[in-house]
Design a protein. Structure first.
Length: 389
């Protein structure tokens, strides 16, 4: 088998890159480890920045988003005795679009299918070879056989646990990491959402988030110790804890009832540098992870995809490799800004086990400043709706 760009990973980054390259007549094959239903079962709301919605339109998959996406002009923040709305639209002129990540992925798969393009699911033992030569290739097991895919370039869109990042030489790759001493317990309720806009609450008992899934069902998150298991959190206990952490108007409106999709996700900040070696380029979670507080993971994957898409287009169309050479530096420059924002918002709203009395005072002062300063709110809003590419 041979293709121009071999894409490892059929998550949102890999599929979006494939679809965009296709618009320029650049050939791709997407290799995914899991079956499609497994990929689509990863339920996460997506707060889509304008840059990502523009890319989805450019990739030809914008129509479902127009029908199903919810435009949010603001978010609510409660904590430290303050409770206020950040008017994203008034402060920045932009909004965000709420649309499930699994729906983004589903739309991209549907578009790829409609074009008859090749996606191989169930690829095991993926291994990139000769990435620092002009003839890189991948080997993997599929359909009970060992396969080889030759290509011009490899795009490593294989998420945090994927094999591509590990191929960077040890003396070249550098990882920067901070793990947080807690996770997010996430659940979906069958009842309609209790809020119209997202509510981020930093209470004395820890963080809570009221979100929504598809506009029809409420989705909720609670900061919990990493030692907890989802089974320890029965429905009733979750509703009670949410009520304790949320402002009274929302706490009183919580619907109760059955909760599903129970999961605890650890929070982590991580960046691996560089994002490029030889003929392999990393995109999205394969190169960096943010804690979900700022809703930046998918959006940062999308900005990487945009840079790589333009760089590959210049290579094939104009024979110009300047974009490819600058890719790592360009993508990392934006990534570090999103890291800063996600880290800051996580620190602002969570309780840390080792927090000193001074740390708590600083957190409260940060919230008080944000509550009362249009300049501070504009900074948050500018980052939340998305920095320019
Ligand atoms: P993904 O989605 O992990 O996809 C990688 C794909 O690669 C496949 N793969 C392999 N394929 C072939 N061979 C191998 N050996 C492979 N190993 C792995 C995987 O099966 C998978 O299909 O990475 P990608 O495409 O970079 O996309 C990144 C986003 O998924 C991620 O950043 C976001 O989900 C983060 N995130 C959020 N981002 C937002 O922008 N807005 C949000 O509101 C938001 N909410 C969240 C989130 C992440 C969360 N967790 C999981 C901590 C909420 C939560 C709770
Ligand atoms: C979600 O609903 O999954 C969600 C919403 C907002 C965030 C993070 C996650 O900041």
């Amino acid at each position: 088998m041979r293709t121009q760009v071999a894409i490892v990973g059929g998550g949102p980054a890999g599929l979006l890159l494939a679809q965009l390259l296709q618009t320029q007549g650049i050939e791709t094959i997407v290799l995914e480890r899991y079956e499609r239903d497994d990929v689509l079962s990863r339920i996460r709301a997506a707060v889509l920045e304008r840059g990502l919605t523009d890319l989805l339109h450019e990739a030809g998959v914008g129509a479902p988003l127009e029908d199903g996406g919810l435009v949010h002009d603001g978010i609510r923040i409660a904590g430290g005795g303050h409770d206020f709305r950040i008017d994203l639209k008034a402060l920045t002129g932009s909004s965000v679009t709420i649309y499930g990540q699994e729906r983004v992925t589903q739309d991209l798969y549907a578009a790829r299918d409609a074009m008859g393009l090749s996606t191989l699911h169930g690829c095991a033992g993926m291994k990139p070879h000769d990435i620092d030569s002009d003839q890189p290739y991948l080997t993997f097991l599929h359909g009970g056989q060992m396969n080889r895919l030759d290509c011009d370039f490899i795009a490593g869109c294989d998420g945090f646990h994927g094999p591509c990042r590990k191929e960077l030489p040890d003396d070249t790759a550098q990882a920067f990491e901070q793990t947080f001493p807690f996770g997010w317990l996430g659940v979906t309720s069958d009842a309609p959402p209790v809020v119209e806009e997202f509510l981020y609450a930093g209470s004395e008992r820890g963080f809570a988030l009221c979100s929504l899934q598809d506009g029809e069902r409420g989705r909720y998150y609670l900061q919990v110790p990493l030692s907890d298991s989802p089974e320890e959190w029965e429905d009733e206990r979750i509703w009670e804890e949410l009520a304790r952490r949320l402002p009274a108007d929302v706490a009183n409106a919580l619907p109760g009832g059955a909760l599903s999709g129970r999961d605890i996700a650890p929070l982590r900040s991580f960046v691996s540098e560089p994002m490029h070696w030889g003929r392999m380029f990393l995109c999205g979670d394969a190169a960096h992870i943010v804690p979900p507080t700022g809703a930046k993971g998918l959006n940062t994957a999308a900005s990487d995809v945009q840079y790589l898409y333009h760089a590959l287009t210049r290579h094939y169309r104009d024979g110009d490799d300047a974009g490819l050479k600058a890719y790592s530096q360009t993508a990392l420059a934006r990534t570090w800004k999103t890291q800063r924002f996600s880290w800051w918002m996580t620190n602002l709203l969570h309780r840390f086990p080792a927090q000193t009395a001074f740390d708590l005072k600083m957190q409260r002062a940060d919230l008080a400043y944000l509550a009362g300063s249009e300049a501070a709110q504009t900074t948050l809003a500018e980052n939340y709706v998305g920095l320019s590419y």
